[in-house]
Design a binder for this molecule. Sequence first.
Ligand SMILES: [Ca+2]
Ligand SMILES: [Ca+2]
Length: 207
Amino acid sequence: MRSRYFLFALVFIALHSMAAAQSENLIINPSNEEPIVGGVIHGWTMVAGNKWTKRFSNPSPKDGLAYFFAGDDGGTDLVQVVDVSHLASTIDANQQVFKFSGYVRSYPQTPSDISEFFVDYRNAAGTVLWEYHAGNSSSASWKLLTNTRRAPAETRNIRIRLRATRQAYTGNNDGYFDALSLITYPCNCSACQQCNTNGVCMDGPAC
Ligand SMILES: [Ca+2]
Ligand SMILES: [Ca+2]
């Protein structure tokens, strides 16, 4: 019996340390599930367009009850800036990895509207040091777009932009977004290894 308790304790410790190594989702309101108050989507800023809201159906959400929808508006950007300055020491040592992921899809129509993600790694002055950009205009299903990247040294915040672009002159802008995630973890390479730009430990000459 004692050995069984010991095993439980080991499993608990292992799960706990895995959770500690990888962060929670750093994005606020990542799936557009929080209530919209006074026209504001909590955690997000409308940089272009002023009709961003929730959409609930036709098509169904990827996650939860709602997703990000730009409304009856042409070209639009919804933005959130994630502060990562508390990780400056491991970022500047080229050891901090970020994994972004999110889902996009469009309404089935011709021409079909476009969804794009921009993930901008920026220094304290707001200069973009590196950018992930991926988009989609196919309507078949929710499509996962993801990127894993070692943050460039001097990164202090990560700006996430959702850009929906309507292809017809009028009507709804049907580039949709849902289930976003940004997590972070240290590379944890051995002493002779280096963390490459994809966040993978590679043997150095001393290994
Ligand atoms: Ca959702
Ligand atoms: Ca449309």
